[in-house]
Write a protein that binds this ligand. Structure first.
Ligand code: MRU
Length: 362
């Protein structure tokens, strides 16, 4: 996507360095994080320097390629497996991470010499990242017809291009519609506690010139009840075989209220987000992050100085689940690169991928 007229991807491999847009600094500063080792790359995923299902999937893929490039000939395959395991363990919910790591590891382990394995790993990682960008562009093309001339779309969290390599999932149909000359309006859920909607989605939409308003998460129902939301499009971190969807915490509440008001609720995701081995949403591991993300908040003050401040009583405790599960019955359709399919076992099976992303190589 264009930022200040320059075409950027969220994650790239430069030599053996994984280069990421540092999402913790947005919207105040556009800066890049250079990860020199697989341990650095794993840390960037874990601390959410890079976040979003597709972006961490591509980072995992490029991280395995980085591991292959840096592993010495002696003990090469053992080192590669160990580094891939560390990358795989960084975050538990987004299926794309496992798809990225496993796809590249599978390609690297199919070769018998370190040099051939390194070349295979780099090619597979670049292909995985390119595929993510291409899938998101196709999601935009399939989803754009849902966006009418002045459609008012609600979205939650950030499932835009920052959450992928390029284009995004939930925002891609909106970008496609806007580039086709329509004038959608986007209600941007703030997305407590980390504020990915307020900080990242709003920043992306402004870059693309799409009209929008940030609202508190608990204002979404209010605007639905007033008839000011025509449809909802959200992303997904994992889609179970039965069509249940794990996405950012607060998605489920939005889906319930949308159903109450007869508002179509779509999920947009590349098929790398589908996990055929997870039968239902109840089987999806839900990440629980530090309660400090809830108890403290951060940003810049009026002078542009970064501040981290506590907004809660000293010593207060909290709980911070990062995702929730929206049951398939509340979802109008899943917008994939292969078309819009119903959130049913048959719909999911009709587009699901087979291959290494179904699990780590033995
Ligand atoms: O915790 P995050 O920011 O990595 O969460 C992932 C997400 O960005 C959202 O859940 C998003 O809606 C789906 S991922 C494209």
């Amino acid at each position: 996507m264009r930022v200040h007229g320059q075409h950027l991807r969220t994650v790239t491999l430069e030599g053996s360095v994984v280069v990421l847009i540092d999402q913790t600094l947005l919207p105040h500063q556009l800066a890049f994080c250079r990860c020199a080792t697989p341990a650095d790359t794993a840390r960037a995923i874990r601390d959410m320097t890079v976040r979003g299902a597709g972006a961490i999937g591509a980072t995992g893929a490029l991280g395995v390629a980085q591991a292959a490039l840096l592993a010495p000939d002696s003990g090469y395959f053992d080192q590669l497996r160990a580094d891939a395991a560390v990358l795989r363990a960084t975050r538990p919910t987004a299926q794309n991470l496992f798809a990225g790591v496993d796809t590249v590891l599978h390609a690297a382990l199919a070769e018998t010499t370190p040099d051939r394995s390194r070349a295979a790993a780099v090619a597979a990682a670049q292909a995985f990242a390119d595929d993510d960008a291409a899938c998101c562009a196709a999601i935009g093309a399939h989803g754009a017809p849902l966006i009418g001339e002045r459609a008012r779309v609600s979205t939650h969290c950030n499932a835009g291009w920052l959450a992928f390599v390029d284009w995004g999932s939930a925002l891609s149909p909106i970008y496609a519609a806007a580039r086709a000359g329509r004038r959608p309006f986007v209600w941007v859920d703030e997305t407590r506690p980390r504020g990915q909607g307020a900080s990242l989605t709003a920043w992306e939409l402004a870059q693309e010139g799409v009209e929008h308003a940030i609202i508190a998460d608990n204002a979404t129902g209010h605007y639905m009840a007033r008839g000011e939301i025509d449809l909802v499009i959200v992303g997904a971190d994992r889609i179970a075989a039965n069509g249940d969807v794990a996405n950012k915490i607060g998605t489920y509440s939005s889906a319930v209220v949308a159903a109450r008001h007869g508002i179509p609720f779509y999920v947009a995701a590349p098929t790398t987000t589908i996990d055929p081995a997870t039968p239902t949403g109840a089987d999806i591991p839900i990440e629980e992050r530090s309660a400090d993300e809830l108890l403290w908040t951060q940003g810049v003050d009026a002078d542009g100085v970064w501040r981290r401040v506590r907004t809660t009583p000293a010593g207060a405790t909290g709980r911070n689940p990062a995702f929730d599960v929206t049951p398939a019955s509340l979802i109008a359709g899943i917008i994939t690169e292969r078309g819009i399919v119903p959130a049913t076992a048959a719909g999911i099976a009709s587009v699901a991928r087979r291959g290494p992303s179904a699990g780590p190589p033995a």
